[in-house]
Design a protein around this ligand. Sequence first.
Ligand code: CAA
Length: 261
Amino acid sequence: MTDSAPILVTHDGPIATVTVNRPDALNALNRETLLGLRDAIGALRKRANLGCVIVTGAGDKAFVAGADIAAMSSMSREDALAFAELGQSTFALLEGLPVPVIAAVNGFALGGGCELALACDFIYASSHAKFGQPEVKLGILPGFGGTQRLSRRVGLGLARELIYTGKMLGPEEALRVGLVNAVHPHAELMAKTLEAAKAILAAGPRAVAAAKQVMNAGADLPLTSAIAKEAEAFSRCFEAPEQREGMGAFLAKRAAKFEGR
Ligand code: CAA
């Protein structure tokens, strides 16, 4: 990995930070960048002791300003299908990582950039962030999952309005509608995101992974089937050392020390 690679990954103990690194093009996603992201996620999956992943964009201006418009401008229908499938499968891999993934949105998160943030477990935004799905202004529609994930995050009515008009939301409005969990001063975004990651790391890693798995698996199921999965996963915790350590530590009035942390 060189500093000019389109995807950079750094590690701080169990926290990995994945940076989309094409600042001259506002980190727009072309095929090479998506392949780099896919490879980076594959490498993270194999990493022992991974606890949390942060996704962000290089530079001061953009998280990701979308799929690369120059690259898309000459695509055939077949090319466009392959490109959408590459973006969708890459984002699905990110969403399926067994540890929480936090988007630290440090600027424009438009089109494929908003879709990338939506594939993360939750989003922290800087005071400079701007969100939107402007694809219809280019004569296309979102192709990396936005037509489905945006409505699941903010509700169908608002998702329809954002996708049909292409209008942008600033950070405070994104917070008000539940697209982002918190807005932080631009210069503090990474520190605040690391704080959240460290709070996750203080919890039982297997419990967090199981919660993520059940929440993802249940999202597309009827409530009765989804909560059956929850009961199953809840009960499995009682065969694991984490539950004994967590509850034992609470009762002994000491901090829990979880295996692998
Ligand atoms: N693709 C390719 N290049 C892009 C880009 C993108 N999505 N967004 C920005 N860039 C490039 C610009 O072309 C420009 O390059 P040059 O310096 O070589 O001219 C550079 O990044 C800086 O951008 P601007 O000069 O436009 O910066 P600005 O501050 O004036 O505007 C902006 C910022 C409002 C984000 C504007 O760049 C913009 O509107 N970008 C496009 C946003 C967009 O439409 N995204 C959706 C793409 S479609 C998609 O994502 C489909 C999908 O779902 C899969």
